[in-house]
Design a protein around this ligand. Sequence first.
Ligand code: 3NM
Length: 216
Amino acid sequence: MPFWKSLLNDIDFYLVTDSGLSRKGTLSDIKCAVAAGCKIVQYREKDKTTKEMIEEAILIRKICGDNAIFLVNDRIDVALAAGADGVHIGQDDMPIDAARKILGENKIIGLTVHDTDEAIEAERKGADYVGFSPIFDTTTKKDAGMGVGPERVQAVKTIIDIPIVAIGGINKDNCVSVVENGADGLVAISAIVCSDDVKRETKYFIETIRKIKQNS
Ligand code: 3NM
């Protein structure tokens, strides 16, 4: 069984990288987040060449080791070249069935969904988890649209069995409501990479999520 199966079923905090927003650099962010206990990292890079991405992804693979799941946003080629554990894809990227053909059964495919119909379809087509978005307004992804609010997580959570992580505008002030509404995990970019202490902020999210889950 791949090491990531148990990590994915016990998900809490999930870091997505952003080299444009990062204060200390993507590799530093990942090192600090993994040291704080982050168990899933998605390398999301829009401005680098394929060669640069593969070189960086190989380093990320080493940092994550068997302690954190390592996914690549969108780029199946980069994921395979670097030995990543899988990919995260959007509704307009390569369809899941095509991605599965390339990646095989032992890699993770996560899909962004915006409503219950897309979530049902994602599960039916074999996604390993869904990223439900955007929960709150965000400036990190310009075309994300308006936040739908944390209450909408409940509707998605009740109709699918695969894990659901929530993304979009999540920060320390609003994260509790998202978990209380049923998110298995929380994803944040700016709340982590814009901070001057990635380790501290990551720990805060992990502990907060765990506490809410324990009490529910
Ligand atoms: N995808 P932050 S929102 C990468 O709605 C991404 O699909 C989104 O960044 C979507 O935590 C988003 O800084 C950015 O708001 C999330």
